[in-house]
Design a protein around this ligand. Structure first.
Ligand code: GAL
Length: 655
């Protein structure tokens, strides 16, 4: 996939040393506070300030009448303190006048209801009218500030897809979807074949018979759903690309990023990152535990610190979107309680500092806290900031003030282990997960957590990105496998990598059909086995393999050239192969954290990758010549060398 340019390497090199920033809304505060705030930001050790992502109604109060005075002033006030400004296109919040003049830009939900003005993200990415206004406001802001010396970079929009807005089902999306399908398939015969539309008489004889896959009587055709997900993802990609082209033209020498969300499934982030200089993400560790699939007891355990791997996965994902080993940015770092989970506990003392250290250790160049001062108005007035409502430094702000960051070069994270992830497999998997406990993210996490608990740093790559140099390639849930993808994996193994795949790898073709020869389709020669049976286990059912408990999912294999290293001990698949080894390829068919960890540990050992046995709350990450040890538990932890790390804390050592 994408190789980055020299231009972008130069851009990255401006950020040689780890630094901090903050999200700030000057338009929320009286003018007489601005100088004092800029001074205090600087005193706190902040270098970057992100502004203006929701400020369209102040930039253009009436159609075509721009008011830049306040924004000029805000930027100058920050610049006067030597702060660097990250400016945003304000398209996450089209103003009321625009929505009322063009209600057709509003998104429509899967139930067919218009999603109204009154919060944010109220637009359909496919709307040609909104696209025009998005380009217009981007030209206006980039034309005014593109060359400003204090403006060092841009953020497009805010959190694409937030609040379930990737997929819209109204007339704009319907029209665009048909056009997209025609361009993809050329003929209806090809589309009907790709989707298997003969099933339930779903065959189409004219393009205008096709609608998005919502409001169907029972479940829609999964290939239809897969293509609608691809289409909606492409609309996000196109929407952003139009802004990026304008920013490149009008703001030369500045970098462009986007603040992606944690664990966000709805669009292809690899494709969305392609035009950017680097990816950013918004890290809310407490909120994400509350919304996770963790069991209740685990949620209580981690809700004040965040779960190390629920955070770490996102760092590794976003660092690697463009195939890189460093350079991502946390654009919004939780610095106190959030307002949007079902409950919003305070983070433990030390957590904000720990999250910052973890971000550095996983390859981030900058951490920018959300937000400067807690809002005194509107939807987020229950949310924390670095400053409390009364402008005193809040708990998170005090931790930031106490951070010692000198001597942290923004080096690469160099690891011989890569985990493969792609959004098309995710969409196919979650449309037909077939077992109450199974989900794409959960299956990925099963393997990711095993690797992290073995003390191993992990790169995350798309299965078609360059895999050269990796000693171990782990593909937990690459469900869509065509001949090219299979050839790419074969080449990696031929070049010396060891490959470990999880359940249902290669189950489907790229259009979402099952391979005529069954799972794993074109991977069969490499894996040395084919699927025999799978068992989607309801909660409460369990079986055993190699002494490990297995729940959620089991599948067994017919051996070809491969040999079984583990067999099911009981249940309907008793005696059948659960883990198959063929040369340097290993297939694991049982959903078991113990078994996955055992298999990975032995493959890593063969590959010469050092492993450790870390307690659950302890993680280790190496970046450049520094090793960061982190303890996410609220009790002291003993490290493998016998030293003790205090609760919710970290230590950086040479190594
Ligand atoms: C983010 C969003 C911010 C703010 C924050 C609150 O998802 O980008 O604008 O709403 O959540 O935690």
């Amino acid at each position: 996939m994408t190789d980055r340019t020299e231009h972008d390497q130069g851009v990255i090199d401006q950020r040689q040393a780890f630094a901090l920033g903050v999200c700030y809304y000057p338009e929320h505060w009286p003018r007489d506070r601005w100088e004092g705030y800029a001074r205090r930001m600087k005193e706190l050790g902040l270098d970057y300030v992100r502004i203006a992502e929701f400020a369209w109604s102040r930039m253009e109060p009436e159609p075509g009448r721009y008011d830049w005075g306040w924004l000029d002033d805000a930027i100058e006030t920050l610049a006067a303190e030597g702060l660097k400004v990250v400016l945003c296109t304000p398209t996450a919040t089209p103003p009321a006048w625009l929505v009322r003049a063009h209600p057709e830009i509003l998104p429509v939900d899967a139930e067919g209801r218009v999603r109204e003005f009154g919060s944010r993200k109220h637009y359909d990415h496919a709307s040609p009218v909104y696209r025009r206004h998005s380009r217009r406001i981007t030209e206006a802001i980039a034309g005014r500030y593109g060359g400003h010396p204090a403006v060092v970079g841009w953020q497009t929009d805010n959190e694409f897809g937030c609040h379930g807005t990737t997929r819209s089902y109204g007339p704009a999306a319907q029209d665009a979807f048909r056009g997209w399908l025609e361009a993809r398939y050329g003929t209806l015969a090809a589309l009907n074949d790709a989707w298997g539309a003969v099933f339930w008489s779903q065959e189409y004889s004219a393009w205008d018979q096709i609608l998005p896959p919502n409001l169907t009587v029972t479940e829609p055709n999964p290939s239809h759903v897969l293509d609608f997900a691809r289409f909606a993802s492409d609309m996000v990609v196109e929407f952003q690309a139009e802004q990026v082209a304008i920013l490149r033209r009008l703001s030369p020498g500045r970098w462009i990023t986007h603040n992606f969300m944690q664990w966000f499934p709805d669009f292809d982030h690899y494709r969305a990152a392609e035009g950017l200089d680097f990816a950013s993400w918004d890290s809310y560790p407490v909120g994400v535990v509350e919304r996770s699939e963790l069991p209740e007891a685990e949620k209580i355990r981690w809700v004040r610190t965040g779960h190390p791997d629920l955070i770490g996965f996102n760092h590794d994902l976003y660092r690697g979107l463009l195939g890189r080993k460093r350079g991502c940015w946390v654009m919004e770092q939780q610095a106190g309680q959030v307002n949007w989970a079902s409950s919003n506990p305070l983070p433990a003392a030390g957590a904000v500092a720990l999250w910052t250290a973890q971000a550095y250790a996983h390859g981030c160049d900058i951490v920018s806290y959300f937000r400067w001062r807690a809002a005194t108005v509107a939807q987020e007035l229950m949310h924390s900031g670095l400053l409390r409502h009364d402008e005193t430094l809040d708990r998170g702000g005090e931790e930031v003030a106490g951070l010692e960051l000198s001597g942290r070069p923004n080096a690469e994270v160099a690891t011989p282990v890569v985990l493969l992830h792609d959004y098309e497999s995710l969409w196919a998997y979650d449309e037909q997960s077939h077992s109450a406990g199974a989900s794409y993210w959960a299956q990925l996490l099963l393997f990711y957590t095993a690797l992290r608990s073995l003390g191993v740093d992990v790169d995350i790559r798309h299965p078609e990105q360059d895999l050269a140099g990796y000693a171990v390639v782990v593909a937990p849930a690459v469900q869509l496998v065509g001949v090219e993808r299979a050839a790419h994996l074969e080449a990696a193994v031929a070049a010396g990598a060891r490959l470990v795949v999880g359940p249902r790898v290669g189950y489907r073709t790229p259009t979402g059909r099952v391979h005529e020869a069954g799972q794993p389709g074109p991977l069969a020669p490499l894996l040395g086995c084919v699927l025999r049976n799978f068992d989607g286990m309801r909660p409460g059912l369990a079986t055993r393999v190699g002494g490990h408990e297995v729940t959620v999912w089991t599948e067994s294999y017919v051996l070809r050239e491969g040999a079984a290293t583990h067999r099911y001990e009981d249940g309907p698949l008793a005696g059948e192969a659960a883990v198959v080894r063929h040369g340097n390829a290993t297939t694991v068919g049982a959903w078991s954290s113990g078994l996955v960890r055992e298999v990975l540990a032995s493959v890593l050992a063969e590959a010469g990758v050092e492993t450790l046995d870390l307690p659950e709350g302890v993680r280790r990450s190496r970046r450049g010549g520094l090793v960061t040890w982190m303890n996410f538990d609220q009790a002291p932890a003993t490290l493998p060398d016998g030293t003790v790390l205090g609760p919710v804390s970290f230590e950086v050592r040479p190594g």
